[in-house]
Design a binder for this molecule. Sequence first.
Ligand code: AHG
Ligand code: MN
Ligand code: MN
Ligand code: MN
Length: 334
Amino acid sequence: MKIAKTLGQFIIEKQADFPYAKGELSRLLRDIGIAAKIVNREVNKAGLADILGEAGTINVQGEGQKKLDVYANEQFISALQHGGECCIVASEENDECIHIDSEISKDAKYIVAMDPLDGSSNIDVNVAVGTIFSIYHRKSTEGRATIDDVLQRGTEQVAAGYVIYGSSTMLVYTTGKGVNGFTLDPSIGEFCLSHPDMQIPKDGVIYSINEGYYTHFPDGVKKYIKYCQVEDAATKRPYTSRYIGSMVADLHRNLIKGGIFIYPVTASTPKGKLRLVYECNPMAFIIEQAGGKASNGYQRILELDVEQLHQRSAIFIGSENMVKKAEEMMLCFS
Ligand code: AHG
Ligand code: MN
Ligand code: MN
Ligand code: MN
């Protein structure tokens, strides 16, 4: 029986792609993998551990924090604080960036932006949730890293990835040389390569959008939804609507099967709901590396100016031809 390659073995093997790297990025990815395994342990026994329900606090987004939001945030920050490779962390759950000033991190050159627990509304109902992370090189060369080190364009990302805590737990990431997926083997506590060189189909028959907000959508989005629902055997329409409410889970399915995920601007979210720095940019990097496309309906996500840590954006992301069609309708009708 072929033994699958572990994440650690794969990272070391790919080290050759980065001749100038001295293993720091490898160690950083290892640290993230460790935190993912700890979070996974709690997610898997959520109903038995005291991590369901509300934490009773409100985050900077104005969202009621779930206990698992707080727990996951603490685990990832702790792993980064003790790993020595990261100098500053930005998180959905923290108003400001967290500086890592420990002795072992004094030469750290990486920035991590993260959504520690994505899909919080699904935690208490046992539906897949995730973690999203994005890694940058610090730009500043002396003193403490600053917010300017974090507010970099998506094109500057060194690596990005997500963990999906689903029927199995997977870690999927890119360092700009394709996308690879690793499945956690609980019997050995290792992420093992299960989905090498992931490619998103150029076309698909799945569209993911919260149609509950239909009346508030831009006309171009309404036109695209109608397009998805028209009978046309040649273009395999009507498409299938699938919406989980966890961005990671919706995008992971579309990455494997093909499809489009849209979170447009709405009346209640005039700038979009999803956060550019730790949701849209990392997922856009991954999907582009898998051969897909990601925009705000008009402009490439990775080229959007990043001005604020918790800045929001509309997002149209997934199979290239489906995103192109939706963008066409946005141009014509919105
Ligand atoms: P988070 O749980 O990290 O706050 O993110 C939730 C996001 C995203 O995961 C999902 O696609 C979207 O919110 C769902 O929003 P609606 O419930 O408005 O559809
Ligand atoms: Mn949230
Ligand atoms: Mn999220
Ligand atoms: Mn979150």
